[in-house]
Every structure is written in C-alpha cells, then in structure tokens.
Design a protein around this ligand. Structure first.
Ligand SMILES: [Zn+2]
Length: 216
C-alpha cells in the first residue's frame, strides 16, 4: 500500500506513522529521516542541503524532492510505503504524482488525522518540561498539580513551542498549507479522514480499520 499521512501538529502523527507502517509491513519514510540519512551519509544532496541548513536557510524544494525520489527508488519501497512530511503542498503533490507514474504506481490512500483545534491546544499547551532531566509531563494526562518533576525533583516549565499563542499560530500555518492539499486528494478520490482524538492505540486501530478496504 502506498500511503501518505497528513495531520496537524499535536495529532500524534509521528507515532501513528510508525504504528501504521509497522502494522502494514511497509517502510515509514519521513522527510526528517531522509534529511538525516543524506546528511550523515554525506551524499551530494545531503551536502547541498547542509549548506542551506548551516546558513539557516530553508532547503529548497528541488533538493527535498530529489531526496524523496532517491528514497522511493530504494528496494524496500517498491511494494509500498508510508510518507510522512511530504508532500506539504499542492505543487509537491503534483510532483509526487508524476514521480510515482514514472515508477508505474500511484498513491492508494491519503490518511488525514483529524483533530479539533481546541483538542490540539489542550494537548500541547498542557505540556510541561523538566528543566533538569528534560522529561515531559502533562497537566491533565499526568494529573500534575505542582511544577516539580516526579522523576528527578527538577522544576517544570512550559517551552515556548508549547505556549498557546505559538500553537495557534502553527495550526493556522498548517491549515493554510494543508487545506488545499487535502482538497487536492479529496478530488483525486483517495482521501480518508480518521478521528485522531483519544488514546494512541485506539487511533491506530481506527486508522487500520479505515485502511482495510484498500489493503491488497
Ligand atoms: Zn526531571
């Protein structure tokens, strides 16, 4: 199965990507992993990407696309894959479509993790990080009443990334970028939405159920 996973920050996309890919016995291919592999492997594309990153610039689309193409050409991806972090926008989706056509394949499904904005804010804004050991606690899920780490006694604080304002901004950016992408795939007839609220295992189970009609 050739699958793309999309979802807002705080939807648990990384975790779901891992579980779903392993349930389907297909490789999980994330742009983060591809970047790291190219940079640490010292490939030409990796060196190029590193030049941009070292300057603090965004890696251009062409470089990312070339890395994705290389990765999708590898043996383990021939019978299916789960893409996480690519495509990010409609132009990338169109390029992916052409790329897969060259390989004689197409996407089977685009799975969208659907979470209410307020739920994302509750999940992320409730996170507290230990200033000593780095462990993350949650005010609701861990029932944290004080701001002391139960593991090491260190003081807990709220990271800038976990501030409500930052989260709402990230959600807006996500909506702007992803809404057209989601419409693109809905139009292609391969979009499936999964309710991503609730415990991780339940979300995985719902995702697997909604994928089962498309499994070989
Ligand atoms: Zn601690």
């Amino acid at each position: 199965m050739r699958l793309v996973l999309v979802g807002p920050p705080g939807a648990g996309k990384g975790t779901q990507a891992q579980f779903i890919a392993s349930n389907l016995s297909i490789p999980k291919i994330s742009t983060g992993d591809i970047f790291r592999a190219n940079v640490s492997g010292g490939t030409e594309l990796g060196k190029l990407a590193k030049e941009y990153m070292d300057r603090g610039d965004l890696v251009p689309d062409e470089v990312t696309i070339a890395m994705v193409r290389d990765r999708l050409s590898e043996n383990d991806a021939q019978d299916g894959f789960l893409l996480d972090g690519f495509p990010r926008n409609v132009p990338q989706a169109e390029i992916l479509k052409k790329m897969l056509e060259e390989f004689g394949a197409g996407l089977d499904i685009v799975l969208e993790l659907v979470v209410d904005d307020e739920e994302v804010v509750r999940r992320l804004a409730g996170r507290r990080t230990c200033s000593q050991c780095g462990r993350i606690w949650h005010v609701d899920f861990d029932d944290k009443k004080d701001d002391i780490c139960d593991a090491c006694g260190g003081r807990l604080y709220q990271r800038d990334d976990d501030q409500e304002e930052t989260i709402r901004h990230r959600l807006e950016v996500y909506q702007e970028q992803t809404a057209p992408l989601v419409s693109f795939y809905a139009h292609e007839g391969i979009l499936v939405g999964v309710d991503a609220t609730g415990p991780v295992e339940e979300v995985t189970q719902r995702a697997m159920e909604s994928l089962s009609p498309f499994a070989d």
